[in-house]
Design a protein. Structure first.
Length: 137
């Protein structure tokens, strides 16, 4: 299989070797937006979360391929929260609660459940601080 390279000057080109490389260009993820209660799409890697005024639950269906990654980012909040509850999780967590703009998490499908890959408060903090992270249960 040839190596595929993308550059802003040439577009997609093939070279000897293997893999895929992007140079001289930004990477943009496809996204969906979920306002209040809803179902995040499995067809996009990024889901933007918008809350108006109530505590809403989002149910993330099981992944479709091992290694599938989903990113969640709270972009607007009223007076409620957004609660992400995957159908199946890997590890001890069952939900993540977002209560502030900038909070985020990423999950990876391992074939048996969604494993929590990362989480962030979106705020500046001292080293090793966990205050402001999405709450896991």
């Amino acid at each position: 299989m040839p190596k595929v390279v993308y550059t802003s000057a040439k577009g997609l080109v093939t070279e000897s070797g293997a893999g895929f490389t992007i140079t001289n260009g930004p990477i943009g993820l496809g996204f969906d937006t979920v306002t209040d209660a809803g179902t995040p799409s499995l067809d996009t890697p990024l889901t933007l979360l918008v809350d108006s005024a109530t505590a809403d639950t989002l149910v993330l269906a099981n992944g479709t391929v091992i290694g599938q990654v989903k990113y969640f980012l709270m972009t607007a909040i009223g007076t409620g929260t957004e609660i992400l509850e995957p159908t199946t999780t890997a590890g001890g967590w069952t939900r993540a609660t977002f209560a502030a703009v900038g909070q985020s998490c990423s999950v990876t499908w391992d074939g048996n459940g969604w494993a929590l890959s990362s989480r962030s408060s979106g705020a500046t903090a001292t080293a090793n601080a966990v205050a402001g992270l999405p709450v896991l249960a």
